[in-house]
Design a protein around this ligand. Structure first.
Ligand code: PMP
Ligand code: GLU
Length: 399
């Protein structure tokens, strides 16, 4: 069958593909430690589950909702942004979507024309570039150095900017690096965007997952001018352990929200009703569980980081937020006799049953991504298996 050019040019999500492969091996009876996908291993907090059950029982969840989301949830987003960012938005500036991923999809569809450019710092989250291409836009990748904590600089932005640059993506804390931009860095980038009339898409999805005294400053809070230039994307997946519910949102100027909503109305109709009632409780209910889960991730990071950093050849910067480790393993590959990280990751899965994601999908082929959204015992066992795998490969390579 002939598939569209669009689909032929599209690569599947490496994170989801790696996760599916690990799950398949596990289902076949293998003892797989799955550190691929970025999703909290916790179950959704009880109060949220109960709100969803109530919405099913009382019938509220039985029907289509407005395509931009139920008014109560749009208001809850406004309230959360007031509470967490100290910024005043109105419900007309909010759209609820099927996960933050679909927010980004709608955003690019609503704002890009053929050849419009979007600046994407590398390493990037896997879907940004592909989504820009699906909207006929042109992703422009900017490689950021590990020595600079993987952050993009104004000089780099200035170098690649053209007449066609419409927007840039800023993901802080970052997936996959876990790094957070400082206020000073945000001010410089924000002012550059304002001066050049380039929109900044702030993917704030890991904003509540920050560790060891680091703090997250939302770009939109830097100045009023910068706020106007910023589109905020967020969701409940990561902070509330709700990946499966698929609820995200965007805050932007009304015109853009209306545009996104037109596309939503012809595609999904509305985000699943029951999930919206669950997300309403997530944003409005007690927030203690968010902090409890954050503390658990912090403990995992602090336990696992030194062990991973000490693996032969690994070059790892300590992440400040999110729940990923992103080591450069170029030296390890040489020691083990491998040409590329993708084959190394494949063999690690097949021979040691540890599932990770190759850096290839994040635009950084010398790296691997390890999700530490798993319990400590699994993490510790995984590191032991990785160490043994490396040792075995080094020995083989030396013989
Ligand atoms: N942005 C980033 C950086 C992510 O890691 C994810 C995780 N999938 C998303 C957006 C989308 O999250 P979701 O669609 O589950 O809300
Ligand atoms: N964001 C998560 C990850 O990077 C979920 C998978 C995805 O949506 O690609 O693993």
């Amino acid at each position: 069958m002939k598939l569209s050019q669009r689909v032929q040019q599209l690569s599947p999500s490496v994170t989801l593909a790696a996760s599916a492969k690990a799950k398949k091996l596990k289902a076949e009876g293998n003892d797989v430690l799955n550190l691929t996908v970025g999703e909290p291993d916790f179950t959704t907090p009880k109060n949220i589950q109960e709100a969803a059950i109530a919405a099913i029982s009382n019938g509220k969840a039985s029907y289509y909702t407005p395509s931009a989301g139920i008014p109560e949830l749009r208001q809850a987003v406004v309230d959360a942004v007031q509470r967490n960012y100290g910024l005043a938005y109105e419900t007309k500036n909010v759209i609820i979507t099927d996960g933050a991923k679909f927010s980004l999809y709608l955003l690019f569809q609503a704002m890009l024309d053929l050849g419009d450019e979007v600046l994407i710092p590398v390493p990037y989250w896997v879907s940004y570039g592909e989504q820009v291409k699906l909207a006929e836009g042109q992703p422009v990748f900017i490689t950021c150095k590990q020595e600079n904590d993987f952050k993009v600089t104004v000089d780099q932005l200035e170098e690649v900017k053209t007449e066609k640059t419409r927007a840039m993506i800023l993901n802080s804390p970052s997936n996959p690096t876990g790094m957070i931009y400082t206020k000073e860095e945000l001010l410089a980038i924000g002012n550059w965007a304002v001066a050049n009339d380039i929109l900044i898409i702030a993917d704030d999805i890991y904003g509540q997952l920050v560790y060891n005294g680091n703090s997250f400053t939302p770009l939109a809070t830097i100045s009023e001018e910068i706020r106007k230039q910023t589109i905020i994307v967020n969701g409940v997946s990561k902070s509330y352990a709700m990946t499966g519910w698929r609820i995200g949102y965007t805050l932007a100027e009304e015109e853009l929200i209306v545009g996104m909503n037109k596309i939503a109305s012809h595609s999904t109709s509305n985000p699943t009703a029951v999930s919206q009632y669950a997300a309403l409780e997530a944003l409005q209910g007690e927030q203690d569980t968010v902090e409890e889960m954050r503390q658990a991730f912090e403990e995992r990071l602090n336990t696992i980081f030194p062990k991973v950093a000490a693996l032969p050849g690994f070059k790892l910067t300590k992440p400040q937020g999110a729940f990923y480790l992103f080591p450069n393993i170029k030296e390890t590959l040489t020691l083990c006799g491998y040409e590329d990280a993708t084959t190394w990751v494949d063999d690690l899965l097949e021979e040691a049953y540890v599932a990770l994601v190759t850096g290839e999908g994040f635009g950084a082929p010398d790296y691997i991504r390890i999700s530490y959204a798993a319990d400590l015992a699994t993490l510790e066992q995984a590191v032991e298996r990785i160490a043994a795998f490396i040792e075995k490969k080094i020995q083989l390579n030396n013989n």
